[in-house]
Design a protein around this ligand. Structure first.
Ligand code: SF4
Length: 337
């Protein structure tokens, strides 16, 4: 495999016109810093505290990751009522509402919080705007756990919208005192469209200092945008319930390039590849690299002999572990010298 530090023009101009069947492997792809941290937290908790460790909801939205951690002793539950009193529970990377935190306290649970720091940032903004007396509009998918958690910070003043029609139907006590926030994993284009609609309806609306869509979501979408024109098909490795993975498919489709979301190589339908000379492969922020490599391996067996990794931008973000885990590591017995 060769790695190209992106010359997107060269990639897109040469892409679909090539006569050799080839794979363009996008970079950055796959695990983001929040997902790495969340998985590390479960793994370290299992190693230091021992199984079982309960995890509220899927730690990240990927079935392979969840099954792998379940095999190691993690027990995934939907709600804290399923966790025995006094047991240890980990909150997923998508975050929880204050009501869930209170429930954990009431049940005497030992909590380890794997909420991504970039989700926590949005929670802090929600608290700040609500304290300042704003009505809050949260742009996002209302059935997503992250949105439930953020909305839960100020439920009495927060309304969730996911379409322009919902923006137009909004009713607030004071149209001059409205703030917006967004889910971290939206499509950048869709979010801009929604924010423009909000600004039209509420000209004095305020928003966060820096966009809520996280760096990993943005970088993976930018990589697809740079390469989709030069590909015949874009395959996105990720699970059905992974928001950022679904958005990658949409970004490609909006550019006119067929795109499919696959959990694993076996999901690829041969007809998708008919007449496809150039197949671009990427992965959502919760999809492990092992699944990407299986997809590449499958494509190679189908005649895609050349694999070029196309690096659109470097990505070196890392997040520290939460104090409960740092302490657990520090107090774990040291191996004999
Ligand atoms: S996708 Fe973004 S917000 Fe979600 S866990 Fe990764 S870095 Fe955090």
């Amino acid at each position: 495999m060769t790695t190209t530090i992106l010359d997107p023009v060269a990639v897109t101009e040469n892409g679909s016109s090539t006569t050799t069947k080839r794979v363009l492997l996008l970079k950055p792809r796959g695990f983001c810093a929040g997902v790495v941290r969340a998985i590390d937290i479960v793994r370290i908790a299992l190693e230091t505290f021992g199984a079982p460790i309960y995890v509220r909801k899927e730690i990240v939205h990927n079935s392979y990751v969840v099954n792998d951690l379940a095999k190691k002793g993690a027990i995934f539950v939907n709600e804290l009522d399923e966790v025995p009193e006094g047991a240890r529970v980990i909150y997923s990377a998508h975050g929880v509402s204050p009501a869930v935190r209170q429930r954990a306290k009431d049940r005497g649970l030992k909590v380890v919080d794997a909420t991504c720091p970039l989700v926590t940032k949005v929670h802090v903004e929600a608290i700040k705007f609500a304290r300042q007396g704003y009505s809050l509009v949260l742009v996002g998918h209302r059935d997503h756990e992250e949105v439930e958690g953020t909305q839960g910070e100020a439920p009495e003043v927060t309304q969730v919208v996911s379409t322009v029609e919902e923006v137009e139907a909004l009713v607030v006590p004071d149209p001059n005192k409205v703030a917006y926030l967004t889910q971290t994993t939206l499509s950048l284009d869709e979010a801009k469209y929604m924010i423009d609609a909000l600004k039209k309806k509420f000209p004095n609306i305020v928003g966060p200092h820096a966009q809520d869509i996280c760096y990993a979501t943005e970088n993976r979408q930018t990589a697809v945008k740079n390469v989709a024109h030069g590909a015949d098909v874009v395959l996105v490795v990720g699970s059905r319930n992974s928001s950022n993975s679904n958005r990658l498919v949409e970004v490609s489709q909006n550019l006119g390039t067929n795109s499919y979301l696959i959990d694993k190589a076996e999901d690829i339908q041969p007809e998708w590849l008919e007449d496809a000379k150039t197949v671009a492969v990427t992965a959502g922020a919760s999809a492990p690299e092992v699944l990407v490599q299986e997809v590449v391996g499958y494509l190679q067996t189908r005649g895609y002999g050349s694999v070029d990794e196309v690096e659109v931008m470097p990505e070196n973000v890392r997040f520290g572990l939460p104090p409960e885990i740092v302490q657990a590591i520090a107090s774990a017995p040291q191996p004999a010298q």
